[in-house]
Design a protein around this ligand. Structure first.
Ligand SMILES: Cc1cc2nc3c(=O)[nH]c(=O)nc-3n(C[C@H](O)[C@H](O)[C@H](O)COP(=O)(O)OP(=O)(O)OC[C@H]3O[C@@H](n4cnc5c(N)ncnc54)[C@H](O)[C@@H]3O)c2cc1C
Length: 477
């Protein structure tokens, strides 16, 4: 008989959270801690969403999205999770760039970037400072018509090398482009520039294990392998979610599933005003990614001076379409040294990440898909040889993920790595005004994506849910 993953789940909750990405888990944790009855439903067999990992023979563990986040994660984890988690966040010191325009190593913060921009790139200190201050001063309520390209043209006209230094890592970090609103760049860039790039020591497996413990401590009921099929709405208010043929009643829903999926599939267009449906249908998904995971043989050491995060490109100039092209010219290598997981087997791993288009992978035949993956692996190892000599001989395990992999594990349409484009944020924020008790928290709109963005969005939304629930009388059955 198939196992019933819902057997310990009650018939009614204050809040059902759909999806256990960082935003979903954070919302569930805060609402559980506030004393609400919370159910967290995850379709996959693991919690974490894109914050995930996998194990392979030989003691190899690969992190999918633990490449770097801003310092703000420490504060958010301390406040909304616990000190045990926050205290494990450590800085990456060697961020490297290597492309036809420049090769350099930086700590990726304002001070070091100012030195680089004024000495290596020969810019006036006053211009650099004015740029940083402008980026730092941006906020969501600012003018959204200025694009990032226009922002750069204002401060650094004709300096494609400077644009590349400032933009390439952010495009990698959230899929944003020079054509997106400048505020999306300014906010994310300034978050990183405040203190540099950080990761979680212990690996994603350790983080998610500690988050699960905290959720349980806060009495959140968790059910994995439970894909929600429908959100039921009556009289303009959410009433229940439907999962595996069972209806679970609730006063509020926080969906961490992709925004478009939440609105157009789980809720359905019949329950929503036409103009909101039109607005939702117009939201563009963000791009996807490919990754190549390479584990070194146990005896292999990688010199730490190779870097922690290495932005490489062979393209002569920085262009968004080149970053997404199947003909890969840009790769970001993350190097995992043994101190990523202290106390575990001494292993070195490298993960190469590249932004990608769903359309380049979606319609391939099985044979073409396998061949394309193999080619991705081969060309990536070729590229790595420049930084890890004889890499091919040193690798014990290698495999690749494509946009189809991301779609399969997270159900994000088109394998979107960062949810939706910026316009998704307004739609996500407007959802509770369309249906009482219906919220969305998860990667949207560039600012609210990445590990920190997702956690912080989970915080914002859970506060709103808490206010609503606390103001309402509990439903009677
Ligand atoms: C290759 C790659 C590298 C990245 N690197 C970084 C990085 O270095 N730093 C950084 O900060 N960010 C990085 N990111 C982005 C970051 O991982 C994400 O923005 C963040 O983890 C998304 O969190 P989320 O809460 O939006 O939800 P997601 O992680 O998208 O999770 C959504 C969850 O909902 C579940 N779900 C969906 N539909 C249903 C349903 N119907 N029923 C139940 N459950 C459902 C999914 O299974 C999933 O668990 C990277 C992303 C990718 C793809």
């Amino acid at each position: 008989m198939p196992r019933d993953f819902l057997k310990d789940v009650a018939d009614e909750y204050d809040v059902v959270v759909i999806g256990s990405g960082l935003a979903g888990m954070t919302s569930a944790n805060i609402l559980g801690r506030a004393g609400h009855r919370v159910l967290l439903l995850e379709q996959h067999y693991k919690l974490g969403g894109l914050a995930t990992w996998f194990m392979r023979p030989g003691g190899h563990i690969f992190d999918v999205s633990l490449h770097g986040f801003p310092h703000g994660m420490i504060k958010s984890c301390r406040r909304y999770w616990n000190a045990d988690i926050a205290d494990r966040i450590v800085q990456l010191h060697n961020i490297r760039f290597d492309n036809p325009m420049f090769s350099l190593t930086t700590t990726f913060n304002r001070e070091d970037f100012t030195t680089l921009l004024t000495t290596r790139f020969g810019l006036e200190a006053a211009t650099v400072n004015a740029f940083f201050d402008t980026a730092r001063g941006m906020n969501f309520y600012d003018d959204q018509s200025t694009t990032t390209r226009q922002l750069f043209d204002r401060f650094f006209p004709g300096r494609e090398d400077v644009v590349r230094l400032l933009m390439e890592p952010i495009t990698y970090a959230n899929g944003s482009t020079l054509e997106d609103p400048a505020i999306t760049y300014g906010i994310v860039f300034s978050n990183f520039m405040s203190k540099g790039v950080f990761i979680y020591q212990g690996g994603t497996d350790d983080l998610v294990m500690r988050m699960k413990k905290e959720l349980e401590k806060n009495n959140v009921d968790i059910a994995i392998r439970c894909p929600v099929d429908r959100i039921h709405v009556a009289d303009g208010h959410v009433r229940a979610v439907e999962v595996a043929g069972r209806e679970i009643r609730c006063r509020a829903v926080v969906s961490n599933a992709n925004l478009r999926t939440t609105i157009l599939n789980l809720i359905g267009t019949d329950s929503l005003p036409k103009d909101f449906v039109d607005q939702s249908q117009a939201v563009r998904l963000n791009n996807s990614s490919t990754q190549v995971y390479m584990a070194m043989k146990p005896e292999v050491e990688i010199d730490p001076s190779t870097g922690d995060l290495l932005f490489t490109s062979t393209a002569p100039v920085f262009r968004t379409d080149l970053l997404l092209s199947r003909d890969i010219t840009s790769r970001t290598f993350s190097f995992y040294y043994p101190d990523t997981r202290p106390g575990k087997k001494r292993r070195h791993a490298v993960v190469s990440s590249t932004n990608a288009n769903w359309s380049d992978w979606a319609d391939l035949s099985d044979a073409e898909y396998e061949a394309s993956k193999q080619e991705l692996i081969d060309t990536t190892i070729d590229a790595l040889e420049k930084y890890v000599p004889d890499a091919r001989q040193k690798i014990e395990w290698v495999e690749a993920a494509t946009p189809k992999t991301f779609n399969h594990y997270t159900q994000h349409q088109l394998g979107a790595s960062f949810g939706t484009k910026f316009e998704g944020l307004a739609v996500s924020r407007a959802l509770p005004q369309q249906i009482g008790g219906m919220y969305h928290a998860g990667s949207v709109g560039i600012i609210m994506s990445g590990w920190l963005g997702a956690i912080n969005y989970g915080v914002i939304v859970s506060n709103e849910v808490d206010q609503r629930l606390s103001a309402e009388k509990p439903i009677t059955t």
